[in-house]
Design a protein around this ligand. Structure first.
Ligand SMILES: Cc1cc2nc3c(=O)[nH]c(=O)nc-3n(C[C@H](O)[C@H](O)[C@H](O)COP(=O)(O)O)c2cc1C
Length: 242
C-alpha cells in the first residue's frame, strides 16, 4: 500500500533510514517523553503480526517515582545476589555466537573505557540497566507463561516494532533482557497476573549524543553469510560485496 503523496521510493528510503538509525542507546538526556507519545508508539507497534492474531504482548510503562522504586529494588536484589542464575544463553554458547558475544563486549566496554578484567566496573555498568540507563521511560514486556516459543516470536516482532515506531518519532531505545531473571520482583512491583512472565525491558528517551557509549556501532554479518538461496538465475548477485 502506498501513500497518495509519497512515492514507493520515498517510503522505502524513509523506512530504511529509520531501520538503520536504530541503535541500542545507553545514555539519555533528561528531557521527558509525554505520556501520549509513549502510547502512540505502543499503539503503532501493535500493527505487528502474530500467530492467528493472538497479540500476546503486554507492556508496563514506568516513569518518575515508580520507575525509581523498581530500579532501586532491582539494584538491591542484584547486590544481595537474590536472583536465579542467568538463562539468557545456553552454557556453553556455540562458538559462532560466543565469538560475536566477545566482540560485542570488547566494543561495548571499550567505548566506556572499562578494562575487560575490571569486574567491578563491569558490574557497575550492568547495574545501569536497572535505572534504564537514565532514560525517562522504562518499559517491561511480559507474555502469558502458558504460551510457547512461537508466541515469543510474536512478542519479539512487537518489541522490534516499538523500537522502530519510537525511532520514527525521534526517540531512542535499548532492549534489555537483563530484567528477565528478576521476574518475581518485577511482577510484585508492577502487579502482574500469576500467568505472566517478564520477557524483557526497554529504555526509551532521547539519546545523549555526546556520550561515548552511544558511539558504538555493532557490526552485522553480510547477507551472503546467513542467507542460502535456491531457484534464482543469478545467485552470484549475493556474493560478498555485491
Ligand atoms: C532481546 C535483546 C535483549 C538485550 N538485552 C540487553 C541488555 O540487557 N542490556 C543491554 O545493554 N543491551 C541489551 N541488548 C542490546 C544488544 O546488545 C544490541 O542489540 C546488540 O549489541 C546490537 O547492537 P544495536 O542494537 O546497537 O544494533 C539486547 C538486545 C536484544 C535484542
Amino acid at each position: 500500500m502506498t501513500s497518495p503523496t509519497w512515492s514507493q521510493a520515498d517510503i522505502g528510503h524513509c523506512v530504511e533510514q529509520v531501520l538503520h538509525s536504530r541503535r541500542s542507546v545507553r545514555a539519555y538526556r533528561s528531557d521527558p517523553v509525554p505520556r501520549e507519545q509513549v502510547l502512540q508508539v505502543l499503539q503503532a507497534a501493535a500493527s505487528a503480526p502474530s500467530n492467528s492474531n493472538t497479540q500476546p504482548w503486554r507492556v508496563y510503562v514506568v516513569t518518575g517515582a515508580p520507575m525509581k522504586r523498581l530500579g532501586d529494588a532491582l539494584v538491591a536484589a542484584f547486590e544481595e545476589g537474590s536472583f536465579p542464575p542467568s538463562a539468557h544463553f545456553p552454557d556453553p554458547l556455540p562458538a559462532a555466537f560466543s565469538e560475536r558475544q566477545v566482540d560485542f563486549a570488547m566494543r561495548y566496554y571499550g567505548a566506556l573505557g572499562i578494562d575487560r578484567q575490571d569486574a567491578a566496573a563491569r558490574t557497575r555498568q550492568t547495574l545501569r540497566n536497572f535505572s534504564f540507563f537514565g532514560a525517562p521511560i522504562g518499559l517491561i514486556f511480559s507474555i502469558d507463561a502458558r504460551l510457547s516459543r512461537h508466541s515469543w516470536l510474536d512478542l519479539g516482532l512487537y518489541v522490534q516494532n516499538v523500537m522502530i515506531a519510537a525511532r520514527a518519532r525521534g526517540l531512542d531505545t535499548c532492549p534489555q533482557v537483563s530484567f528477565a531473571r528478576f521476574h518475581a520482583l518485577i511482577a510484585a512491583h508492577l502487579g502482574m497476573g500469576p500467568d505472566e512472565v517478564t520477557a524483557c525491558g526497554m529504555s526509551m528517551g532521547f539519546a545523549d549524543a555526546s556520550a561515548s557509549v552511544n558511539q558504538v556501532k555493532m557490526p552485522r554479518q553480510h547477507v551472503s553469510e546467513f542467507v542460502r538461496m535456491a531457484g534464482f538465475e543469478a545467485p552470484a548477485a549475493l556474493a560478498a560485496g555485491a
